[in-house]
Design a protein around this ligand. Sequence first.
Ligand SMILES: [Zn+2]
Length: 125
Amino acid sequence: MNPYSMPCAVESDLRRYMAQQDEDDRRDEAIDQRTEDLLAGTEYGPFTPANLSEALGELDMTGIEALCKLLTAGNTAGAGLALNTLIGDYWERAARREAERQIDNEIANACPRCRGRGCRHCYED
Ligand SMILES: [Zn+2]
């Protein structure tokens, strides 16, 4: 046996592993992109009146206490920055959850031959 050739079972495991890695990377990229798109829209944009109001209502005590401390100290600029981060994080999490749901749904419904990469079978049914 040639010691430099990989046994077939190992090579096929490696190929499967690499294909899975490739698919995971494409899923992550698609989720990042969809999250950005959602944050730019009105449904998940942090600074529409309805969304700002919702996020303010959902602030946890740690966030509230941090704001109180900054405002009490007269640090309105710091409070503004903290508020911006707290509200932005809230909607980033919500948009990412929704993006994951959408992308996983799209992957599950993608063409089984090319998994949505685009092939001549994609539009057959
Ligand atoms: Zn296809």
